[in-house]
Structures are given as C-alpha cells and as structure tokens.
Design a protein around this ligand. Structure first.
Ligand SMILES: [Zn+2]
Length: 489
C-alpha cells in the first residue's frame, strides 16, 4: 500500500485537543512514521497519496460502551424510534407499511420508546396483530430490556396463556399474555426465537461499521450483557472479512464468564444488577474476574444500583489486594455523597452524555428525579474519578460529537440546560473519547511517531457543532466527505 501524507488545513493535533499542533504526518504500513511540513514529508515519500482536507486531524474517537451486534441487528430492523411515530396508531401504520420490505419470516422492529408516545398505554400483542397479521413479529424497546411479541410469535415459541413462564411475562387482568416481556431475551432465545441469519447480520454489521466510521469512531468496546463465545467469533469473523472496519474489544456476559468454557480474548466481564444477584455474589464475580485478569463493568444507572455496586466493591476490596481498574457503567443519576466513594473504590465511570441531549427533556419532566444528580461530570472530574465516554448505541445516540457537545453545553434536544455547573471544558469532553481502553485508561490516544494511524479529521475547528470530514483507519482512508471508501481487497 502506498504511503499516505495527511496534511489538513488546520494541522494535526498529536495528542488531541489542547496538545501540540503540527502541519502534517506521514503514514506507512498502518503507522505514523514522521511528523513535519508537507514539503519535507513529500520529499521523504514522493510516491505518497496526499490527503489535503480542510479542518484539523486528531486521534480517532473511542467509544467505550456500545452493543455492536445489537446495532447491526437494529439496522436490519424496522426503526420505530421517536421521530418515526408519535402514537400507537402511527406505530401500527409504520409497521404495516414497512413489514413487507423485511424479507425473512420473522419481522423485527426496534427503537420503540413508549414514554415518547402520546398514548398512555404501551403497545401489546393485539396492536402488533393489527399491524402485521399472521407473520411472527418482535418489537424491542429502545432500552433493550423490554420486548413485545405478536400472537403469531408467541404461538411459534410455544407460549400460550397457560404456559409456565417467569414473571417477566406480563398477563392482563383476564390472565392472557399481553406479549410484553421484561428482560426476557435469554428466555425467548431458549424457546427458539431465531437469531438473525448470517446474511442479515452481515448487512446490518456493514451498515453499523459505516455509521461508526461516519461518526469518527475507530475503536469500540462491545459491552453486551449476553455476549458469549459465539458473539466473539461472529464479530471476529465479520472483522476478518472486512465487513467491520474498526478495532474493538469485547466484554462477555456473566453467564458466559461462569460457564468456564473455552476462553476467548475477552477484555472484561459485564455484570447486570437485578433481584437475582446479591452484592456478595457480585463481589465474588469481581474477585474471580480479577484473578482471570479481566476488567469488570457493572451496569448501575441510579442511586440504588450504584449503592449495590459500591457495596459489592467494598466486599471485593476486603478480599483482593492490588486491585485492577474496574468500571461502573452509566451512573446517570449519582448523589454527591457517592462520588468520593466511587473514586475511593478506584472505579472508572463510563458515561453517555448523549443521553443528556436525547433524553434530557424527559428527565426534566420526571418529578422524582433530582436534576442536580444527573451526569455530574464536572464533579466526577474534580473528585478525581476517571471518566470514559461512550454511546451505549443502539440505546443511545451514536455520534461522539453530539455527546461531546452535550457534555460541554448540557443542552437537551429542546434546548434546555440541565445542571450548567456540571459542564466539561472542550479538552475534557473530547478527552472522554480519546482515552485508550480497555482500562487502566490512564493513557491517551496519540498520533505520535510509531502510533497506529487511526485518526479523524474534523471540519474547521474541534468545537461544538463541528463535523467529521475524513477518517483514517490503520493508515487507509475509511471516510472521505460523505462517502465510505471501500476496503482494498
Ligand atoms: Zn449498554
């Protein structure tokens, strides 16, 4: 492959925002080989392809928590996100018109958010029956925790009203299954809910990788709570075929970790908090993961879940010595009293400021929510808590630039400001997406000589409102303007 001479009009920020600015870099064999002026680098490599774009280059964005395969399947799924439908009737119309274009037997729809609908009642199996009739259909909630099945889907999984089911399955007052299932993904799979076909998955994965590329993401961590050896092998295969272009790391679910099967190169273990697991059991999992050399990531959204996570870490600390860097995911609502405890436990908070923009107006409307506790990013910083940024896509908006802007402005979609005092400065907000991971995450991604040439070029200046102009991944151009550059065979 010919060398690449990258010379953006506003230079190259070697260590990201706030770092040294140089005119150009020379890339060969996937790595940064030299810094200098365009003329001096062109003299070193006369055969180089020159990428002279407007804007400024910096290390590619790293999304530390998303669900790649979930995003891929979302992209071969009918998109029912708020914005596409505002009422249950509109949702039914959308499903009815889109279903014929979904070519497989099962119809998948997702992105549904009942709280964004005008109706006071979530959709159920009978609404879906009206939309798609006899084809089996599953509609997933945006949170990833709720699904709705129509009558054909229930029947094909052997679920009638008298079937013994766990209490995630909702029944109406007449004892009939409503089709609404909470946290039932594993159970539905066990009953025969088909996975996407390999062809469907590859189409979705390519779309997902392109969406990441357009957002400037060159590395991601997949934090699926159901990740297992099969998920790892699927993503590995998609990457080796060039369908997925980013670098990545994967955390496995606790079930996979405990199955003690053949070990893949997992970066860590994802732990969900629910009624079925105590803080003592979580502490035990932390201990065993640590001994296996894995980072742990506990999903804790609010005060109650953070209390369980912190309790587990206290019990863990009593047993473990020289603990590694562990993570707590989300911490959307965190009381000030817990911030120092999170620091003392040595936990990295993996935050998703994009939710502040996208869901902020809903948070402000919730009477029980203390808005001073929402995403206290500046307080985490000043207490010395390590922060990493991420999207949680497909649950949250993918674009790092949108999240960076939200972290700096604290603005919601409707333009309201949530907790102005918690805003981060530009360098801090960009830094959320520049840290190298898996943790310890103390290191920052750089474009120093010898570094891997993963970089993003932003238009005009790296400030709120800027856009991705180009992306280079391992020394090859991946995004140029609005287009994706095909992988070389
Ligand atoms: Zn997640």
């Amino acid at each position: 492959m010919r060398p690449l001479l990258i010379t953006p009009a506003r230079g190259v920020l070697v260590h990201g925002i706030g770092g040294a600015r140089i005119p150009a870099v020379l890339v060969r064999d996937g790595r940064i080989r030299a810094h200098g002026s365009r003329a001096s680098l062109a003299a070193q490599a006369p055969d180089a392809v020159v990428l002279a774009v407007d804007g400024v280059a910096l290390p590619g964005f790293r999304d530390h928590h998303l669900h790649f395969l979930g995003l891929a399947s979302r992209l071969v799924t009918i998109d029912c996100a708020p914005g596409h439908c505002a009422s249950n009737d509109e949702l039914v119309d959308l499903l009815r018109s889109a279903a014929p274009g979904i070519g497989t037997q099962w119809i998948r729809a997702g992105g549904y958010e009942h709280r964004a609908m005008r109706d006071r009642k979530p959709v159920d199996r009978w609404d879906l029956d009206r939309a798609v009739g006899p084809r089996p259909m599953i509609l997933r909630h945006r949170s990833g925790h709720v699904a709705v099945l129509n009558s054909a889907a229930l029947a094909s999984l052997g679920l009638d009203d008298t079937a013994p089911v766990f209490d995630g399955y909702q029944h109406d007052e007449r004892g009939r299954l409503t089709g609404i299932v909470h946290d039932g993904e594993a159970d539905l799979r066990a009953r025969g809910l088909p996975r996407l076909s390999p062809e469907e998955l590859a189409v979705g994965a390519e779309r997902a990788s392109h969406a990441l590329a357009r957002a400037g993401i060159t590395w991601f961590a997949d934090l699926g709570a159901n990740n297992d050896a099969m998920s790892f092998d699927t993503l590995t295969d998609l990457t080796s075929r060039g369908v997925v272009r980013q670098r990545w790391a994967m955390f496995e679910g606790l079930t996979s970790f405990e199955s003690a099967g053949e070990r893949r190169a997992f970066a860590g273990v994802k732990i969900m908090i629910d009624q079925s697991i105590s803080s003592t059991e979580i502490a035990d999992a932390l201990y065993r993961a640590e001994r296996a050399g894995l980072v742990t990531a506990i999903h804790a959204v609010d005060e109650a879940q953070l209390a369980v996570a912190l309790d587990a870490h206290r019990k863990f600390a009593a047993r473990a010595q020289g603990r590694g860097a562990h993570r707590v995911e989300h911490a959307f609502s965190c009381p000030p009293s817990m911030i120092d405890e999170i620091r003392d436990a040595g936990l990295t908070v993996v935050t998703q400021p994009g939710f502040l923009y996208e869901q902020g107006d809903r948070y402000l409307a919730e009477p029980d929510l203390n808005t001073d506790w929402l995403f206290p990013l500046a307080a985490f910083r000043s207490a010395g808590v390590r922060l990493l940024g991420s999207s949680d896509a497909p649950a949250g908006p993918l674009a790092p630039l949108l999240a960076i802007q939200a972290a700096m402005t604290r603005r919601t979609r409707a333009g309201r400001v949530v907790g102005e005092g918690a805003a981060l400065r530009a360098g801090q907000a960009f830094g959320l997406y520049a840290a190298l991971a898996p943790p310890p995450a103390g290191e920052t991604a750089t474009l120093a000589v010898g570094a891997v040439a993963d970089l993003v070029v932003l238009d005009q200046s790296a400030e709120p409102g800027c856009e991705v102009r180009a992306v280079v991944m391992g020394g090859s151009l991946l995004v140029h303007g609005d287009s994706i550059v095909p992988a070389l065979p």
